[in-house]
Design a protein around this ligand. Sequence first.
Ligand SMILES: [Zn+2]
Length: 289
Amino acid sequence: MLLVRSVSGPAQVKGGSKITYIATSFNMSDPPKSELKKINWLVKAGSKTIKRAKNIGQIFEFKIPKDLVGKEIIIMPYRRTATQVVSVISNIVEELDTSPRSNKIIFLTRDQWKANSKYPRRGTIVDPIVRTKVFIHHTVIIDDDNTINEWETIEEVKKQMKVLQTIRKNDLGADVPYSIVAFCMANGDLVLGEGRGVNRSGAHTSGHNTKALGISFQGNFEKPSLPKHFHSQLVMLGKWLRNLREKEGFVNLGNERPWGREVFAHSDVKPTACPGEYIHKSLDKIRYL
Ligand SMILES: [Zn+2]
């Protein structure tokens, strides 16, 4: 006998609207139509049965009762017995929430990304008032999917931070060379992984590692594949730097800056492609003064 294995439907539905629920997988790969036709559907709100519909088939169209606004319903396609194991839950609302989610900065400390303690934190303590400038780099490490400069999950970020601990072991030492590593997330968030940190000297910009914070974007920005939310993420980084300057004691940050921008590019002081031409064009978006 055909059994339903999974079902799909929206997590949020508007009271009074007509919603389509679909049984999406079964215990057989190509079920005969005659079997599909016998799929029944049960809708419950808590312990109360809202609707039981027999022999409906794979697709179930259900008009959401208006009087259930504020409640959730559980929709279960079944052959013999309805079970929560094969179900989808829809929250019934008066109006769908269509407001865009606001993106956020997520700071990951070394403890949070679980720095390998085999490699102790390097750099010497630097007083915040000594910091006068910011250098931007890119790591030239790309993601292994189509969106090479965009990161999907926090787990990926943690893994990448650990890789950065030993990436330049032989010349720069076994630690992340940068103060901070910035990850442009696919959902628009900006994740800042703590490298040596804002209170220690770095190994990112020869001759400037005490006075400058070195912030490196994870990716290769010589390539034109820019993250979808790139510009707003640069603006977010500026906001984060402003907080350091105004609230965290980095009172001199930005006193040294190039003409027309508030951050330096690595290439401003060294013949290098770093931080990549596609980030270089947008460096003026990082504003914190
Ligand atoms: Zn660089």
